[in-house]
Design a protein around this ligand. Structure first.
Ligand code: PLP
Length: 344
């Protein structure tokens, strides 16, 4: 038995990509790092390639190798961490395109893979990845002589459309790339929604493909049903779970479900975790355990076989808000124990 059943709608992912591509001024890539935001990079890459995506980005060379195995030769697979020590063989064997982040990475690339394609990541103010303006001006001529396939940067505040950081980074990106005849990329999901000034030649949506904010029109992509292992009736005054954290105030029907914090049900959700029986919300009571949660189903007219954690009445972002986090973290925390079903 698995701890729950995760249904991933590949048709919705493809439709979300197509919708973001329709809004993008140039070409649209797909970011499927961290195993496709936890949902399965290989299956998702194939569905998106069928929908028309020709460029993919992952965080690590190992992730790129997995995506290459799923896609076969042809599509570009960019590696956002660049060319790290020990990556050379993976980059060569799987025909990956590192987005070089520093002088050290540039030298490693030129030395180890002199005739292989690479991109350059520029830091336009986020102070996370990429070459800073000073570093870039020192390296620019060498880099350009070797014909990078892409110049890219990443926005720090794109999910806040009015944030002054957005135009500041746009200006910096234009400055750093002015006069260079190389395709450029600045926008992820949030940047696409900022408008065509931010799009350049290639956009790089990730979360928007998977139904998460800030792409509000996204079609939902995941459904997560968790089976009930056991049901019991308890009397007022009886307690539930570790540390006696919850006490029944009325005769209560308690369902024990087979997923816990090892499956991404963040323990910090505490008493704010809700699961659904159809449209009816049921509150989790007591602590989240490693493999189990306990849910008050007293108000249901029938004993449930399973409850729905993610579905039509609670999307990724609603669950994230209850946990004080973001949809990205909910998706990438889902864990390996669910059975996965992909629907077209
Ligand atoms: C994660 C990431 C993306 C995709 O961002 P979303 O907000 O998920 O659309 C694009 N570019 C870079 C450099 C990233 O790290």
């Amino acid at each position: 038995m698995s701890s729950g059943h995760l249904t991933i709608d590949l048709g919705a992912i493809a439709a979300n990509w197509t919708a973001l591509a329709a809004q993008s001024a140039g070409e649209t890539a797909a970011v499927i790092k961290a195993d496709g935001y936890g949902l399965g990079a290989g299956r998702i890459a194939r569905a998106l390639a069928e929908a028309g995506a020709r460029r993919f980005f992952v965080a690590l060379a190992e992730e790129g190798a997995a995506v290459r195995a799923a896609l076969g030769p042809g599509p570009m697979i960019g590696v956002l961490s660049g060319h790290m020590e020990g990556d050379t063989e993976l980059i060569r064997a799987h025909d990956l395109v590192p987005m070089l982040n520093s002088v050290d990475q540039m030298l490693r690339q030129v030395e180890a893979l002199p005739n292989r394609p690479f991109g350059i990541q520029l830091d336009t103010g986020m102070s996370r990845l990429g070459m800073e303006p000073g570093e870039w001006s020192a390296l620019r001529d060498l880099a350009m002589s070797r014909k990078p396939v892409l110049l890219m940067s990443h926005l720090a505040c794109a999910d806040e459309p009015d944030h002054p950081m957005n135009p500041r980074q746009l200006h910096q990106f234009r400055e750093m790339t002015a006069g260079l005849d190389v395709p450029r990329s600045l926008a992820a999901t949030g940047g696409i929604l900022l408008g065509s000034d931010y799009h350049f030649d290639l956009t790089r949506p990730g979360i928007g493909l998977f139904g998460g904010q800030p792409f509000a029109e996204a079609r939902p992509v995941v459904r997560l049903d968790i089976p009930v292992i056991q049901l019991r009736t308890i009397a007022p005054g009886e307690t539930v779970g570790y540390a006696n954290a919850w006490t029944a105030e009325r005769p209560s029907r308690i369902a024990t479900l087979s997923a816990g914090y090892a499956d991404g049900l963040l323990r910090a959700l505490g008493g704010r975790l809700r699961l659904y029986h159809g449209a009816i919300p049921c509150a989790a009571v007591g602590r989240v355990s490693m493999d189990l949660i306990t849910v008050d189903v007293t108000d249901l007219r029938e004993d449930p076989g399973y409850l729905t954690l993610l579905g039509p009445h609670q999307g990724v972002d609603r669950l994230a808000a209850a946990a004080g986090t973001i949809g990205y973290e909910i998706l990438t925390s889902l864990g390996a124990r669910y059975s996965r079903r992909y629907v077209a």
